[in-house]
Design a protein around this ligand. Structure first.
Ligand code: URA
Length: 247
């Protein structure tokens, strides 16, 4: 067994219970015990042989799972919904022992690539704004944005007081008759409803939205609602990507 020491908040976050920040809060609130004693000091180091409990419940040392799903529309990407809508986790096999969480969110009406994992450390790295990971979306837009407008999206637009921008914007297809276009946007930011809001700021409505790529991962042949496990190589690439992209 490894005797490597790790910071208590990291061990809690990695177990998938919560984020690093929330784990710190749990510690300072006196809700965490190490080998039966309450620990409130944030820097405390623990080894895998020590017993960590949160609110009296021991952290499970479960195997890590990494899934890539083609999320359908009309499914929420949180674990539960107070409006009773279907959650992505309901699409997973009941035989999956681990409880996994989505890495970031896709809107109820957005489809496409969604990662799910119980690896809290990787999740925190991938969704942290300082990690500039490509997220590629294809939007079906009501209207045909001009070159200048697409450039504007790169320079940045303001929506509800928030500065939103993409790193690339590309017009893929135009249907002049129907007055509809397909536009690809690559984001590093991950703000709430970002693509829809960016087009809204130009006066366009997004009719459909799909995420096609996350870092180096694409949907491949996965049909809507299907998922597959990432290969160890793909997991390593995600870790490498997060490490490379620290700003
Ligand atoms: N931008 C959106 O507008 N919605 C998503 O789900 C993701 C990015």
């Amino acid at each position: 067994m490894s005797m490597k020491e790790e910071r208590l908040q990291k061990v809690i976050a990695n177990s998938g219970v919560t984020s690093r920040r929330k784990a710190e809060q749990l510690i300072t609130e006196g809700r965490v015990k190490v080998n039966g004693s309450i620990v409130t000091e944030l820097g405390t180091k623990v080894t895998s042989q020590q017993n960590v409990e949160v609110d009296g419940i021991p952290l499970e040392k479960e195997d890590k799972v990494y899934l890539l799903m083609n999320k359908p529309r009309r499914v929420i990407s949180t674990v539960e919904d107070d409006k009773g809508r279907k959650a992505v986790t309901e699409l997973l096999s009941p035989e999956l022992d681990q409880r996994v969480y989505p890495v970031g969110r896709l809107d109820y009406d957005t489809s496409g690539l969604l990662l799910l994992t119980n690896d809290g450390e990787l999740t925190n790295q991938l969704i942290h704004p300082k990690y500039s990971i490509d997220k590629v979306y294809v939007a079906k837009v009501k209207g045909i944005p001009t070159k200048e407008e697409l450039l504007k999206l790169k320079k940045g637009v303001t929506h509800d007081g928030e500065r939103l921008k993409c790193v690339r914007s590309k017009l893929l297809e135009v249907d002049k008759k129907k007055g509809i276009s397909m536009v690809e946007l690559t984001l590093h930011q991950g703000k709430n409803r970002q693509v829809r809001r960016m087009f809204e700021s130009l006066g366009y409505q997004v009719e459909k939205l799909k995420r096609e790529r996350f870092g180096g991962l694409t949907l491949g042949n996965l049909q809507s609602g299907e998922y597959r496990a990432l290969t160890p190589h793909e997991v390593k690439e995600l870790y490498d990507l997060a490490a490379r992209n620290v700003k």
